[in-house]
Design a protein around this ligand. Structure first.
Ligand SMILES: Nc1ncnc2c1ncn2[C@@H]1O[C@H](COP(=O)(O)OP(=O)(O)OP(=O)(O)O)[C@@H](O)[C@H]1O
Length: 312
């Protein structure tokens, strides 16, 4: 699918407000039959958006993009191409200079902060918490949007925190202070906080950074599980293109702040794309789980992507 193709997806099939599922969780709309497919959470849509910091030159411009309802979409692109900036706009942290980002048909800025946080969870790259905060306390912060201002933790909040710690595999770190964690352990702790929010949609900015392969797969499995069990809509920034192609239902490729291509991985990932967008010569194959990518070498900086095959 090309960047300017509207895709014609039906935006009317939106889930009702989050309901309490059988296991007490509040993600998605739940279902009486555990074997039935969950009703998908709403989509995120971007139309005619220009994003900048402080009203300067646009960093991202996109006519139309969609993170489809109840599907996993990976946002990929070179360093500085605008992935985090786009995610910030999806979470109403950055107001568009033009156009709108909508979730469930409403511009994200029109939601109150707490209401949006109840429905949309963001794992950003910028983490700050007092060093003495324990992993469990951090995960507990994820429950604030679901509690009244003066309310303490309810039974369902404790259960949500336990579920998040378990999903991410950090129960054994629950009483450790975040200041004493390794980079990867810290990343998992912040992810547990985001999952404890139990939202209908998840925006994850490089959730696998710092993680060894086992933990990368564990995190992606946890996200896939949430998507399959609760229909959670996911937009995730990943740098490993092969991993993104295996994991996601759709890819959005950003280049220099503009959508270059979007659609299913087997349509999007080609050796031309890897060369022209990522500046790498790579072999692209097709396995049972979708495209496989074997990077060979970096294209020389002076190569403009024409027929010249020089490599560094
Ligand atoms: N707070 C900011 N103020 C001004 N410019 C910014 C700010 N944050 C990012 N930028 C600029 O916006 C552009 C896109 O940055 P962004 O972080 O969105 O890219 P990215 O694709 O997520 O990159 P990476 O893969 O390196 O994380 C870059 O040129 C960056 O320098």
């Amino acid at each position: 699918m090309s960047a300017d193709d509207t895709g014609g997806r039906d935006e009317t099939s939106r889930a009702a407000d989050a309901a309490v599922a059988d296991d007490g969780s509040t993600v998605g709309s739940g279902s009486a039959d555990p074997d039935a497919d969950p009703e998908p959470s709403p989509p995120l849509s971007i139309s005619d958006v220009a994003l900048s910091y402080g009203g300067g030159e646009p960093i991202v411009e996109a006519e139309r993009l969609e993170v489809p309802a109840g599907e996993i979409t990976a946002l990929i692109g070179p360093n500085g191409s605008g992935k985090s900036t786009l995610l910030k706009a999806m979470n109403a942290e950055l107001s568009p200079d033009r156009g709108a980002v909508t979730f469930d048909g409403t511009a994200v800025e029109e939601y109150g902060t707490t209401e949006l946080a109840r429905r949309l969870g963001l794992l950003s790259q910028a983490h700050t918490a007092p060093e003495s905060t324990t992993v469990r306390e951090l995960a507990t912060h994820g429950r604030y949007p679901h509690r009244g201002f003066f309310e303490g933790m309810r039974e369902e909040d404790y259960r949500a925190v336990d579920r998040a710690l378990e999903r991410v595999g950090v129960e054994h770190l629950a009483d450790r202070e975040v200041g004493g964690l390794s980079g990867g352990q810290g990343q998992l702790a912040w992810l547990a906080m985001t999952l404890a929010q139990e939202t209908e949609a998840l925006l994850l900015d490089e959730p696998t950074t710092y993680l060894d392969l086992h933990h990368q797969l564990r995190v992606l499995d946890a996200v896939r599980e949430l998507n399959a069990e609760h229909g959670v809509t996911v937009c995730v920034v990943l740098h490993d293109i092969g991993q993104a192609a295996r994991f996601a239902d759709n890819l959005i490729v950003l280049k220099d702040g503009e959508p270059y291509e979007w659609g299913p991985p087997d349509e999007v990932v080609t050796d031309d794309l890897l060369r022209e967008v990522f500046g790498v010569v790579a072999d692209v194959g097709f396995g049972p789980e979708g495209p496989t990518v074997t990077p060979r070498t970096a294209v020389a900086d002076s190569d403009d992507g024409d027929d010249d095959d020089r490599t560094v």
